[in-house]
Design a protein around this ligand. Structure first.
Ligand code: ARG
Length: 858
């Protein structure tokens, strides 16, 4: 697999923003005002007056009214006396610092007398403290100290209150205010207890440590730099307990910080509503206080997902709250201590260099500030942020109220693609700030000295300051994030189209239903007349024919996404249910909806599902995550190592490319005994890793019509000697029905261990790249006389991302309804790799659905 433009898979051109606004000359509200309200003529008032009833009746009514009122008031008073105001039970978790005490080792042990003595003092101090605050004093019930840590001594506690409902808000505010106090007041006693940073936060009743079941509470102290392991109870052989609360208090020595990594993580899936059934939280303290949470986790993560977190002090608290009875293995984690960083940032000199947020790519610690002051020899400096992840929940887009990077006084935060910030002098200051909660992986940056007279030697400079290869200028592809490399171009009329906004785009991109220009001008010349629908294949059909049960487009795109599924006359393009009836809907298989009366479209759907709900965020041509493509198989030929890819479609069968199994002088590639299949493989250098299944082949069925000259019918079926065992990294992909369509422009993933450069070397880690389906006519024009109906072009016409030598036989994975993945094709051939106007060619899978069924029964 080869790719130069990793993060750009999302689109080829600038997107049209703000297209939703339409001008309306008749303001709606005005119309309503004119038509909807009538004013009464002013002199009508008299007509409403009526003569009153007799006087005594009025008096009587008044008397009865007064009596009723008195009764009601009485009742109310009585009720109030009986039931004092509704009280709310509240627990606050907090900490305070005792500045005039030294930390003793015994404070780590809650059963020591030293612990008990100091805890008693803290409890008394809290009682006095609350008694002085009117919003809290009367409602305080009890407090408990749960732990101590260094600094001088930090005490972690919870306090219970029973507060009248109306006063809860006020009490919460009073608790959250950080305070300092001395007990008893200086002068009255010889010994005084000095407390600072006294603060506490309301706690979700479910997470309260108060009635903690000790069976699931652990205290661990780091041993040197040696990682220590801990897991959820029963991991990995049995699920974690149902409806339990667990916590792990992690400590390091004074003057150290902790690094915590979840190596394996699988708890119940997150809930979209935000009240997650089972939740793991990590706190930068020993009390579970939301404003000190570093992260909250649920769902399942790929083992390659970066789950390393750092503390700002020598403690961390990990909690697991389980409200379900689902059966999940839980997590395995390790932690170790490392010396506390005394300064962060520094001065950077010289013409270039790199710097990053602390501990990059681990999640940076909370409560950290770093400053880099950069000074370079030339007259200007710029900083290129290659990775930038400072995303924090609860921060409004672009507001940077919590964690941020500040350059030249401008704040940056959130998740950003590569960007450059330049200065008007040879100096630049970069600040990094993380607040007390939620952290992310941070940033990686490069600074560069440059000459204002020649900012990009030999290259093109984007308006953002970034330098890109000159050949990328005016190539129709956006390389500068502000598309400045595509502005002011003179389009080459022989192969480029001039958009209305003056951008140049390859002619082949016209009328392919993708808005490449950004202003849609490349799709206008081929727009359908009014009241018509544009089919995926470009055809126009009257809107009235949409969802009428007939395939008017010819590719059934007018029958996709209809509310009602119609039973229609069967044609070669309609999906046929097991009962012989055909339905109008396109791609109805395994989409989570029963479209056939007999439900056959939702049968045999144990396929195309990834084991992990969370994959890493970096997209494009990059290392795959473990378990991201569990159907991907590596085929090794005797003494040759990895030769081709394949995909798992059942426990016994795989799909691959026929050309991989064609004999050559000196080697019999058609002999199944010469091959070994590696399933669940991620890293070619770790073929013995746990989870990898190494299996021999029993049979190789090359398609009988395979032509080794034209590569027509380039498909093969491989039968495994022993059945594969499905696991978290070994699973089958879904096979598309004969009628399944993969429309032009659809983004599809290609994966493999093939060469990462034309003429380069094979990849060690499985690679993934996102490419797009190219329409068949364009494909035929680009590769004249070479494309048959069994082939499909997928890639980018501008080059950049493609499969390459060694990817052959591997699958094209297409994400469809409900996230289920279908195999769209098999890597077959290409003219070079990732070259301009030379997309990769793939064997279409739907064409072979029946043949696969006949040969394998799958
Ligand atoms: N035939 C190659 C192989 O055996 C696959 C080449 C794919 N080439 C491409 N440019 N997409 O691995």
């Amino acid at each position: 697999m080869r790719s130069d433009r990793g993060r750009q898979g999302g689109g080829r051109g600038p997107k049209n923003a703000g297209a939703g606004l339409k001008y309306n000359s008749r303001p709606q509200s005005m119309n309503g005002f004119e038509e909807g309200i009538e004013f009464l003529p002013a002199n009508n008032a008299k007509k409403v007056e009526k003569r009153g009833p007799r006087r005594w009746v009025v008096l009587l009514a008044l008397l009865v009214g007064c009596l009723l009122l008195a009764l009601a008031t009485g009742l109310l008073v009585w009720w109030h006396l009986q039931n004092p105001e509704v009280q709310e039970y509240k627990v606050f978790n907090g900490y305070l610092r005792i500045t005039n005490e030294n930390f003793l080792d015994a404070y780590e042990d809650p059963n020591s007398t030293e612990f008990a003595n100091l805890a008693q003092k803290v409890k008394e101090a809290l009682k006095v403290h609350y008694s002085r605050i009117p919003a809290l004093g009367p409602y305080h019930k009890a407090s408990e100290v749960t732990a101590f840590s260094e600094g001088s001594v930090i005490a972690y506690y919870w306090s219970e209150f029973s507060i009248p409902q109306k006063q809860v808000r006020e009490a919460e505010l009073a608790m959250a205010e950080e305070r300092v106090f001395v007990l008893p007041p200086r002068g009255r006693n010889l010994y005084s207890f000095e407390l600072t940073s006294v603060v506490a936060f309301p706690t979700d009743p479910r997470t309260i440590a108060t009635r903690q079941d000790n069976s699931c509470s652990f205290a661990l102290h780091a041993q040197g730099r040696e990682p220590q392991r801990f897991t959820t109870p029963g991991f990995p052989d049995s699920p974690y307990p149902a409806r339990a609360r667990c916590q792990w208090a992690l400590r390091g020595d004074a003057e150290s910080v902790l690094s915590l990594t979840f190596r394996s993580f699988d708890v119940a899936p997150c809930d979209g509503s935000g009240s997650h059934p089972d939740l793991v939280a990590v706190y930068d303290a020993l009390s579970p206080m939301e404003p000190r949470a570093v992260v909250q986790l649920c769902g399942t993560f790929s083992p390659t997902y970066n789950l390393t977190f750092l503390s700002s002090q020598n403690v961390l608290l990990v909690t697991l709250v389980i409200t379900t009875e689902r059966r999940h293995p839980g997590f395995e984690a390790t932690f170790f201590q490392l010396p506390k960083m005394h300064s962060c940032g520094g001065s950077l000199r010289g013409p270039q260099g790199t710097f990053s947020s602390p501990y990059y790519p681990a999640h940076y610690p909370p409560n950290t500030d770093c400053t880099w002051d950069i000074e370079v020899p030339a007259d200007r400096v710029k900083v290129l942020f290659t990775f930038f992840f400072l995303l924090e929940p609860g921060v409004a887009l672009g507001s940077c109220t919590k964690d941020y990077v500040e350059v030249n006084g401008e704040k940056f935060c959130g998740e950003k693609p590569q960007f450059v910030v330049a200065s008007q002098s040879n100096k630049l200051t970069v600040r990094f700030h993380s607040d007390q909660s939620y952290t992310d992986t941070g940033f990686l940056a490069e600074y560069l000295s440059f000459d204002s007279s020649d900012p990009c030697p030999g290259k093109f400079m984007c308006n953002t300051g970034r330098c890109v290869e000159s050949r990328l200028r005016c190539d129709g592809w956006t390389d500068c994030s502000d598309f400045s490399d595509e502005l002011g171009c003179k389009c080459n009329e022989t192969y480029q189209f001039t958009c209305a906004n003056k951008l140049c785009k390859p002619l082949f991109w016209m009328c392919d239903t993708v808005n490449d220009c950004g202003d849609n001008s490349d799709e206008l010349a081929c727009a359908c007349p009014a009241e018509n629908l544009k089919c995926n294949n470009g055809k126009c059909v009257p809107k009235t024919r949409q969802c009428d049960g007939k395939d008017d487009c010819g590719d059934r795109s007018d029958e996709a996404n209809c509310k009602r599924v119609n039973v229609v006359t069967c044609t070669k393009d309609t999906y046929r249910c097991n009962n012989g009836l055909c339905v109008s809907k396109a791609n109805p298989e395994c989409d989570g909806k029963k479209d056939c009366n007999d439900g056959s479209d939702e049968k045999n759907c144990d396929c195309g599902i990834r084991p992990f709900t969370k994959q890493s965020r970096v997209v494009g041509g990059k290392n795959a995550d473990e378990g991201e493509w569990p159907w991907q198989v590596s085929l090794h030929a005797q003494d040759q190592g990895h030769v081709c890819g394949a995909s798992l479609i059942s426990p016994d069968w795989m799909v691959s490319a026929a050309h991989c199994y064609t004999d050559e002088s000196g080697f019999s590639y058609s002999d199944p005994k010469k091959w070994t299949a590696f399933l669940g493989l991620h890293d070619q250098s770790k073929r013995n890793a746990a989870g990898v299944q190494k299996l021999g082949l029993k049979r190789i069925i090359r398609h009988p019509s395979f032509n080794d000259y034209t590569f027509d019918y380039d498909i093969a079926l491989l039968e495994l000697e022993k059945s594969a065992e499905y696991s978290s990294t070994v699973r089958p992909i879904c096979l598309p029905d004969t009628t399944h369509s993969f429309p032009t422009g659809k983004a599809i993933w290609v994966t493999g261990w093939g060469h990462t450069k034309e003429g380069g070397s094979p990849a060690v880690i499985l690679q993934k790249g996102e490419i797009r389906v190219i329409n068949q006519t364009t494909c035929e024009k680009l590769l004249p006389q070479q494309i048959t109906p069994r082939m499909m072009c997928v890639g980018y016409l501008s080059g950049g991302v493609d499969s390459c030598q060694g990817d052959s036989g591997g699958p094209l994975s297409s994400v469809e309804a409900e996230g289920r993945i279908f195999q769209a094709g098999v890597v077959s051939w290409g003219d070079g790799c990732a070259q301009k106007d030379k997309p990769g060619v793939y064997t279409r899978l739907p064409v072979f659905r029946e043949w696969i069924k006949e040969e394998t029964g799958v």
